[in-house]
Design a protein around this ligand. Structure first.
Ligand SMILES: [Zn+2]
Length: 468
């Protein structure tokens, strides 16, 4: 929305806002849920339970189409034309992996600056993704890409047990309510999709009661969105011992790293399961959690390669960067894209999951490479969430690492917070980051949100490459 339309929209009475959101949703679903959408959903649902060989063959076929379109129609991949003649000889997944290794990696910088755009397809939608360094990248989608993406979402929801149609509450970074608004409603209702959209920019102590009352009255079957937003609500519900009058079928989190202590509290507050979903915001492949707490690689959404810190193929159990070739978007094709996201591989990737899927699993979505801390004493330190274990009265916490020797922990706390808790937190940090690093705790009223309303739990102010 441009700022004039936005300011007019903000002044509209609530029923008009709801109506406008409904009109927009109707228009969107015309694009998203038509064409091949239903066919995609059907195919994807049947893929969930296919055996591994069938899935691998499907990956080979999908890769060949992706590769041909990319080298024929994009400036960036044009130079890979020479490899086209080798495609015919790729007749197994193993052969495909060998072929892939010959192709160059695509990094974020090249994606932003070069012409990774399929000129044979129309740009029907545009998605901006914000890089950690602040420079947004434009990703074009065509209609088919949007439909495939929405079909993947739909399959995830079916996989975790949601019915064909369901009501939902969504927390996303969209600005739907004027930022300066002080009184409820802090939400809009999209009747078309039975979806209550809640502003993630208004989750302050004074507003939470009204928001939770609204959700309780609405009784959604699904809660979805940013885990940091869901956690703020969960924390308030638990602290005030609020008993909700409904139980959602599922809670689905996306777009930010889901930390285990957040998951635990969200599940306790809503008495329902949290299901994690991951896909890089540049249009990458999906990793989704099933009812048996296994994170399955959605093989029909792309090819997953994992590279360890030495740039070699990662071994089972190792933490590694995801290198992704995605089948989601042929308008902006990603071939061997360095996502910058770290995944911990399972010791045993091929299991007989009771959910019935043969798609391999990974152990954990660690998060963005940008979220990794570094100290000279301890080296690279991944997830810091265990450092908060057992510590109450912290509403939100952001770790800012200014240099390898200085860390600042910025926190929103409630009245029960005290020095003993703070000392325990610092000592937990020291266990992980060493005794030499300077650690300072700062209490603030509100930690500002990052781009797209996402909460950044870690901000590292220097590049890992700069470390001497
Ligand atoms: Zn499973």
């Amino acid at each position: 929305m441009n700022s004039l339309i936005e300011s007019i929209y903000f002044r509209m009475p609530q029923p008009i806002k709801n109506l406008l959101v409904g009109i927009k949703a109707k228009k969107n679903s015309k694009i998203r849920l038509q064409g091949k959408y239903k066919q995609f959903v059907k195919e994807l649902n049947s893929n969930t339970f296919k055996d591994l060989d069938a899935l691998r063959n499907l990956q080979v076929d999908k890769f060949k189409s992706l590769f041909i379109e990319s080298v024929d129609n994009t400036e960036h991949y044009k130079e890979l034309q020479v490899y086209k003649k080798e495609l015919d000889s790729i007749n197994s997944y193993e052969a495909l992996l060998i072929f892939l290794k010959k192709l160059p990696l695509l990094d974020k910088e090249s994606l932003r600056n070069s012409e990774v755009d399929n000129i044979a397809r129309d740009a029907d939608a545009l998605n901006f993704t914000s890089g950690s360094t602040g420079s947004p990248t434009e990703i074009n989608y065509d209609k088919e890409a949007m439909r495939y993406s929405f079909a993947l979402w739909k399959r995830f929801h079916t996989w975790i047990g949601l019915p064909e149609e369901y009501s939902s509450v969504r927390f996303s970074g969209k600005i739907i309510i004027a930022p300066q608004q002080k009184k409820p409603p802090f939400w809009v209702y999209n009747k078309v999709n039975k979806q209550l959209l809640i502003s993630t920019y208004h989750l302050t102590e004074t507003n939470l009661k009204a928001i939770i009352d609204k959700i309780d009255k609405f009784k959604p079957q699904l809660l979805d969105g940013y885990p940091s937003a869901l956690y703020v609500l969960a924390n308030y519900i638990l602290k005030n011992n609020i008993q909700l009058s409904f139980t959602p079928i599922a809670i689905a989190t996306t777009a930010e790293t889901l930390y285990s202590h957040h998951k635990k509290d969200i599940e306790a507050a809503f008495k329902s399961r949290v299901f994690n979903q991951y896909a890089s915001s540049e249009g990458g492949s999906f990793i989704t959690e099933c009812a048996y707490e296994n994170l399955h690689l959605n093989l029909d959404s792309g090819i997953f390669e994992f590279q360890n810190s030495e740039g070699e193929d990662a071994l089972p159990g190792e933490s590694a960067q995801l290198i992704n070739t995605s089948f989601r978007n042929l308008k902006t094709p990603l071939i061997r894209y360095k996502t910058g996201d770290m995944i911990k591989l399972a010791k045993e990737a091929y299991i007989d999951c009771p959910c019935g899927s043969h798609m391999p699993i990974v152990d954990e979505i660690i998060g963005r490479e940008d979220d990794i801390l570094f100290t000279h004493e301890k080296g690279f330190v991944g997830r810091m969430d265990p450092a908060y274990k057992g510590l109450s009265n912290i509403k939100r916490s952001q770790i800012i690492q200014h240099s390898p020797s200085r860390i600042e922990i910025v926190q929103e706390v409630d009245e029960g917070y005290n020095k003993t808790l703070e000392n325990k937190l610092i000592s937990n940090f020291r266990d992980r980051l060493g005794s030499e690093v300077e650690i300072e705790v700062k209490i603030v009223d509100k930690i500002p949100l990052g781009k797209n309303g996402k909460f950044r739990s870690v901000l590292r102010k220097f590049n890992l490459e700069e470390i001497e």
